[in-house]
Design a protein. Structure first.
Length: 87
């Protein structure tokens, strides 16, 4: 997760669903958010991460047609702990 999101939020637990198509060559095609986390910055980060994946090539028994996937993603981003105060 990008440092900016870890440090500045959004805070909490998030669930989103991403749909993407995998080509037999191992390329990600047509990635999009199916169900938003509720935070556009977090959604954009996840989409960028999915689009940058390099998947394994399909094996012969998988055929040579593109395969579509819907991937649920859970993200937990707790706020940073407050520094201890000494007297």
């Amino acid at each position: 997760m990008p440092r900016q999101i870890r440090e500045d939020g959004p805070w909490g637990d998030f669930l989103l669903k991403v749909r993407f198509v995998a080509s037999p060559e191992g390329k990600v095609k047509d990635a999009r958010i199916e169900e938003s986390s509720g935070d556009s910055q977090l959604d954009a980060y996840v989409l960028e991460a999915i689009r940058s994946l390099e998947l394994m090539r399909f094996t012969k028994d998988m055929g040579q047609e593109d395969l579509a996937f819907t991937l649920p993603i859970n993200i937990s981003n707790p706020p940073p702990a407050e520094p201890a105060v000494s007297d």
